[in-house]
Design a protein around this ligand. Structure first.
Ligand SMILES: [Zn+2]
Length: 262
């Protein structure tokens, strides 16, 4: 099994989702490849960190039944409509007669609903978690000496390289003339899917630009976040989601993103 196959299968391997043959293949490769073993260890520690109890909130026992009783059947219908329904019911109620207990209850129901559905709904929280995943991937790409699968400064080499490796064709721009030299491309695995990672250099700084489809999502202008000292800029454009990450300063990152967007 090659390094590339191993990287693609790593998440499924960690989740025990591979058949025995492929699982043995991945294990065999990890036993013999230090780079992939390091990547595997990094994934495992990231997963352990995400399981940190501090990230989860458990409601006290009996609260749910008390809330259900307080809300009555109307509340039950609203709850079935999910998060939005509960929020809507909350807004439609009249503050004047809303008992304090019911307010607390509705907030608790919201917490219970979030807890029950597990993954956060699309929005700032999901973006925040994904932003951390992007940073982890950026750090791994620098640590594991696996920055590029296709080292090339030529966009006409990098773009076709993704053909057949991804189910989409990422836009690839060389921005050497603007001071952001294309270094190459890499296959990465983020948000539970293979994605395109384009690698650029600005002086000694490496920029990873991760791209994957965001079907049906409207264009969104870049948001800036800071995780572990890395700037993460995220935007959607033309049905694609973009994540740019680097230790480069915010102004130059914005300049880079502006050039990619153009
Ligand atoms: Zn390997």
């Amino acid at each position: 099994m090659s390094c590339q196959e191993t990287r693609v299968l790593l998440h499924a391997f960690l989740d025990d989702e591979l058949d025995p043959v492929r699982s043995l293949g991945v294990q065999g490769h990890l036993d013999g490849c230090r780079d992939c073993a390091r990547e595997h260890a990094a994934h495992r520690s990231l997963r352990a960190a995400l399981r940190d109890q501090a990230l989860y909130f458990r409601s006290p026992q009996g609260l749910e039944s008390r809330v259900r009783a307080a809300l009555g059947s109307q509340g039950a219908i609203e709850r079935r409509a999910g998060w939005l329904g509960a929020a809507g019911a909350f807004l439609r109620m009249r503050w004047a007669w809303l008992p304090a207990g019911a307010v607390a209850g509705l907030l608790a129901v919201t917490v219970i609903i979030i807890g029950r559905f597990g993954a956060p709904p699309p929005g700032p929280l999901a973006d925040d978690l994904l932003g951390r995943e992007v940073v982890a991937s950026h750090v791994r790409s620098l640590m594991a000496s696996h920055l590029t699968d296709v080292p090339s400064t030529d966009q006409h080499t990098v773009k076709p390289w993704f053909n057949g490796r991804l189910d989409f064709s990422p836009p690839v721009k060389d921005l050497a003339g603007e001071g952001f030299a294309l270094v190459g491309g890499r296959l990465d695995y983020l948000a539970g899917r293979p994605v395109a990672a384009l690698v650029y250099r600005r002086r000694l700084h490496v920029i990873n630009l991760m791209i994957w489809p965001a079907p049906g999502e409207p264009d969104r202008s870049p948001t800036v976040a800071l995780h572990q000292g890395y700037h993460v800029l995220h935007w959607t454009q033309g049905g694609m989601g973009y994540w740019a990450v680097s230790d480069l300063n915010e102004n130059e990152m914005k300049e880079f993103v502006g050039l990619v967007q153009r």
